[in-house]
Design a protein around this ligand. Structure first.
Ligand SMILES: *Cc1c(COP(=O)(O)O)cnc(C)c1O
Length: 290
């Protein structure tokens, strides 16, 4: 047995890659491989439509929230978010809680003002700083829900639901893994390779009411409004990676959705952390509550 504990690309359900490999040979009995299927065909349109619809269903999204399947990884969202939401003179608020948060902060500074409202940098990111205030003038507050490399995860999201400003979340390594009131977020992004498929596609969910408020010119491929208007088909989408995400979302729905997967994940996490804590050769490095 080979164990793969990588955060991403990570383990996929067996059904997913079996079906994906069949689609490489002959997609849905079309006689074509999914790798040679035109993205403007009805066949692929159905894949994209179902992927977007399933994402909305599994996350219980309301009518204001749009789902996009984009290129560029979560790392592109580090700058695409401020480019679309932050004017040069606007203020944004960021929590500095690890490697990915730090990268997001660096990129945001190119597009507007950034105030770091909380940081655990001086303690090597071993805990999550919970005592912070967000300026009411901030265009948005950015958080990283799960700090993949340091291993901390915000357990209580209530403070963000009640932040009083729009909340943007990098959920790359915990999207769809636990119950979250996704509608409370104005923007969510995640590279699919951690929790929702294979590398090559990035899932972005945005409250469309937050768009169209910046003055700067935005290149067509980086303007969320274009991707929404074109149903994630502004240019050639990541066809195969989107299909793998669709299969993963179908699998999740079959497994009972987010509600059920959260129970399974809690059991797996308990087993892992209990094992680490019970063996003297290992030492947990972050605050237990985080
Ligand atoms: C992996 C990861 C990223 C980077 O994702 P890419 O898709 O490789 O750009 C960003 N944020 C978090 C929280 C991650 O875990």
């Amino acid at each position: 047995v080979i164990h793969n504990f990588n955060a991403g690309p990570s383990i996929l359900p067996r059904e997913v890659f079996e079906e994906a490999s069949q689609a490489v040979l002959n997609f849905n009995n079309t006689g074509l491989s999914i790798l040679e299927l035109g993205h403007r065909t009805k066949t692929f349109q159905a894949v994209m439509d179902e992927a977007i619809a399933l994402m909305k269903e599994l996350m219980h999204l309301d009518g204001d929230h749009e789902v996009m399947f984009l290129h560029g990884g979560a790392s592109t969202q580090f700058f695409q978010v401020p480019m679309n939401l932050l004017n040069d003179n606007d203020l944004s608020a960021y929590t500095d809680t690890g490697v990915w948060a730090t990268k997001a902060i660096k990129e945001a500074k190119m597009f507007g003002h950034v105030e770091i409202v909380a940081s655990s940098k001086d303690k090597n990111y071993t805990f999550l700083p919970k005592d912070f205030t967000v300026p009411k003038t901030a265009r948005y507050l950015h958080i990283t829900t799960n700090n993949t490399i340091y291993g901390t995860q915000w357990q209580d999201l209530d403070p963000f639901y009640n932040a009083g400003v729009p909340v943007v979340a990098d959920m790359s390594s915990d999207i769809l893994s636990r119950k979250v009131d996704f509608n409370k977020f104005d923007l969510i992004y995640a590279g699919a390779q951690k929790n929702a498929g294979a590398a090559g596609v990035t899932i972005v969910i945005v409250n469309k009411n937050q768009l169209g408020k910046v003055q700067r010119q935005i290149p067509a491929m980086l303007d969320y409004r274009n991707h929404i208007a074109n149903g994630s088909m502004l240019n050639t989408p990541p066809v195969f990676a989107t299909y793998v995400s669709l299969l993963t979302l179908r699998w999740l729905k079959n497994a009972g959705g987010v509600h059920e997967i959260e129970k399974i994940n809690n059991r797996k996490a308990a087993l892992l952390y209990q094992t680490i804590d019970s063996l003297p050769v290992f030492r947990g490095t972050v605050a237990r509550e985080d």
